[in-house]
Design a protein. Structure first.
Length: 394
């Protein structure tokens, strides 16, 4: 007689992936609030409330609801979806032979910084697709007074004290990724009474490392001889431990509920090999390709079946839930979440190959990312859809 199969949840806990919005001293961190004026062209950063440029040449603002050249995701400098909301800013951080002045963005913080207190300064950048150059030295300056320069010129610091007030990415690497958003962050120990934040490149060209980039394949438009960066989600908040200033690139702006669905056999006695294979399903956590520990028993049983019969071939079909599908649509160039279903199937295949199964016996099927058996909208329904199905190839 066939034994029963039972189903259950093996993990459920809340992951708070929300930025430090409640503690953020930047009042309009993702440029969503607008003040006076209407965005119609480039050089209009001042349309974003509480943002301006400290020089005579304004930075840019891009908006999903506007037309070219200041639209999003497609605009005059390339293509990028806003990380949060509908807007992001854009600045020139470098131009070849200083042929074009740099631009900067500046904001007045909610309150002055406190002496000897440590703060995390964090924002996200993406190099525009048509930039011919990528550079380091992209930094955030914190000062007691706003930077003011009426002419269209670069702001170049010369004194050590000034550079000590600039937060750079640890290692100060060249930021050359032309897809997705990359965090720039660092710990800043306040001297006291800093009220203004300015983002840009404050170093001479001769002290700035640059990389010359080839044009992206299949991307229309002419490369521009400069390093142009999009900027979004700017934060300044107090920290107790430097480790709390996390520079990892995590999905933000919402709380993700972690839940892994699992089904397991009480016993496989009475089941045919084909039935055992069909009942083997590997489930995953949200936005994850990691094989959970409690899935190992099922996979080891599957590997034992295949090692016992060399004629068996399998087809693996990886799937995602609706929340993951929505995340991919919102940020289609994010390589971390693109093709999650296929990546999950490839992960299962790699595990089986590691157990001595010839890779030619395991086929990874490419599927519609939104396809699912469970049409419900509960957390359990979604957890059932984050899976890899196993089928016998006849």
């Amino acid at each position: 007689m066939k034994k029963l199969v039972f189903f259950g949840l093996i993990a459920m806990f809340a992951i708070n992936a929300v930025a430090q919005d409640d503690d953020n001293l930047v009042t309009n961190p993702s440029f969503e609030s607008t003040g006076k004026g209407k965005l119609k062209k480039l050089k209009q950063i001042t349309v974003a409330e509480n943002w301006e440029s400290p020089t005579g040449l304004n930075a840019d603002l891009f908006d999903k609801s506007r037309a070219q050249p200041c639209s999003a995701p497609n605009n005059i400098y390339g293509k990028e979806f806003p990380m949060d909301g509908n807007r992001y800013a854009g600045i020139v951080a470098y131009s070849y032979n200083n042929k074009e002045p740099r631009t900067y963005i500046q904001t007045h913080l909610l309150g002055a910084l406190t002496k000897d207190v440590e703060y995390c300064v964090k924002y996200y950048v993406s190099l525009s697709d048509l930039s011919k150059y990528a550079v380091n030295n992209l930094g955030a300056y914190l000062g007691k007074n706003p930077l003011e320069e009426e002419s269209k010129t670069d702001i170049i610091f010369e004194k050590e004290k000034e550079f000590n007030q600039v937060v750079l990415l640890p290692g100060n690497k060249v930021i050359n990724a032309r897809y997705n958003w990359e965090p720039v962050c660092g710990v800043y120990k306040a001297s006291g009474k800093e009220k203004f934040l300015v983002i840009g490149n404050f170093h001479n060209n001769k002290d700035t490392k640059f990389e010359k980039l080839k044009k992206l394949k299949n991307f229309q438009g002419t490369q521009i001889p400069k390093a142009y960066y999009y900027i979004d989600q700017v934060e300044v908040f107090i920290i107790e431990d430097p480790a709390d200033c996390d520079c990892s690139n995590k999905m933000k702006a919402k709380i993700l509920e972690s839940m892994v669905y699992h089904k397991d056999f009480i016993s496989e006695d009475g089941y045919t090999v084909e039935e055992q294979i069909k009942l083997t399903t590997v489930y995953f956590d949200i936005l994850s390709v990691k094989i959970e520990r409690l899935m190992i028993k099922d996979l080891d049983n599957l590997a034992a079946i295949m090692n016992g019969d060399q004629a068996i071939k399998l087809e693996l079909t990886g799937r995602t839930d609706q929340e993951e599908l929505d995340a991919q649509k919102a940020d289609p160039e994010n390589r971390d979440i693109k093709g999650l279903g296929k990546k999950r199937a490839e992960k299962v295949k790699a595990y089986l190959v590691g157990k001595g199964i010839d890779e030619s016996r395991v086929i990874v099927k490419s599927v519609d990312e939104g396809a699912s058996n469970s049409k419900g909208v509960t957390k359990l329904d979604k957890a059932k859809n984050r899976r890899v199905e196993v089928d016998l190839v006849k």
